[in-house]
Ligand binder design. Structure first.
Ligand code: NCD
Length: 307
């Protein structure tokens, strides 16, 4: 198992199977403890959240996790900061680092931005999303949800659907799945939105996968269907976005055509690809998935702070 104390978490590959299983068990324990009352574990510790791209779940669940552990948070607000005066992202983060928080959770739009600054700052950084590259703690809560719902990850058949080219959750989830045995992934997307070669190179030979354009093409029984939205903000050509808009959508009818209805997951936010009619299915797990994020992020904070 990896010792995460004081470590940066920049990629899904910063974990291994044993560490993940430890975090999942720890998340379950924290969930139980929190339901019984307050925890003072992180008393006196401070986490700074620096989100330079929009966020709801990642930021709030990290903040809730830290506060529930008994720690404090400082939230950087880009709109009212000196970024508006032209200060660079690096200078901004160096300043925050200089005030000695115990942890920084960072989201930024450039791929590998946290990797490029990590040696310039003292505080451990958690990558809360770096452009199209990765979102390692999203993969953490995705697998924690599968582990809780299905009791295992080995041997599962998982469909990952949507914008696999610009989305960062599909790469991180795929990387994390390489730690498990006998997983098969079906990547379902329009041709234009297939996984980038850079991502394929990291999973080739480590998980078995197939690419397809439509859900109906899957003949196997899927255990999980993980849906993602079209990443509108990452399209340089708005006509390309308009053309691909609504090119894939999960409906009750499309799910009924499958051999069995798998559990349905989504990192959220959803737009048109996962209509509200799906919410009433017992297999719809995306709101539960978002809640799980708080507990597994609490477990991660506990490990990094060595509590
Ligand atoms: C995801 C992200 O930011 O990559 N959101 C999240 O953190 N749950 C997915 C998305 O924005 O589509």
């Amino acid at each position: 198992m990896k010792d995460l104390k004081g470590k940066d978490i920049l990629s899904a590959f910063d974990f291994d199977r044993e560490t993940l299983e430890h975090l999942f068990t720890e998340a379950d324990e924290l969930r139980k403890k929190l339901s019984e009352g307050k925890i003072k574990l992180a008393d006196g510790k401070i986490m700074a959240t620096v989100f330079l791209e929009p966020s709801t779940r990642t930021k709030i669940s990290f903040q809730m996790a830290m506060v529930k552990l008994g720690g404090s948070i400082i939230d950087f607000q880009p709109e009212s900061s000196s970024l508006q005066k032209g200060e660079s992202d690096l200078d901004t983060i160096k300043i925050i680092d200089g005030y000695s928080p115990d942890l920084i959770v960072l989201r930024q739009s450039k791929p590998y931005f946290p990797h490029s600054i990590k040696d310039k700052i003292e505080t451990p950084i958690i990558n809360g999303g770096d452009g199209t590259n990765e979102h390692p703690t999203q993969a953490l809560l995705d697998l924690y949800t599968i582990w809780r719902e299905l009791g295992r990850i080995d041997g599962l058949k998982i469909g990952i659907m949507g914008d696999l080219k610009y989305g960062r959750t599909a790469p991180s989830l795929s990387y994390m799945l390489t730690f498990f045995k006998g997983v098969k992934v079906y990547y379902i997307s329009p041709k234009e939105l297939r996984l980038r070669d850079e991502v394929k190179n990291k999973i080739n030979g480590k998980i078995i996968y197939e690419e397809m354009e439509r859900l109906e093409e899957i003949e196997d029984e899927l255990d999980v269907l993980y849906v993602t939205r079209l990443q509108k903000e990452r399209f340089s050509d708005p006509t390309e976005y308009e053309r691909l808009k609504s090119s894939y959508i999960v409906t009750q009818d499309s799910l009924k055509k499958l051999k069995k209805i798998p559990i349905i997951m989504h990192p959220l936010p959803r737009v048109w690809e996962l209509p509200e009619e799906i919410d009433s299915l017992p297999q719809a797990k995306y709101f539960e998935q978002a809640k799980n994020g708080m507990f597994v992020r609490a477990a991660l904070i506990k490990e990094i702070l060595g509590l």
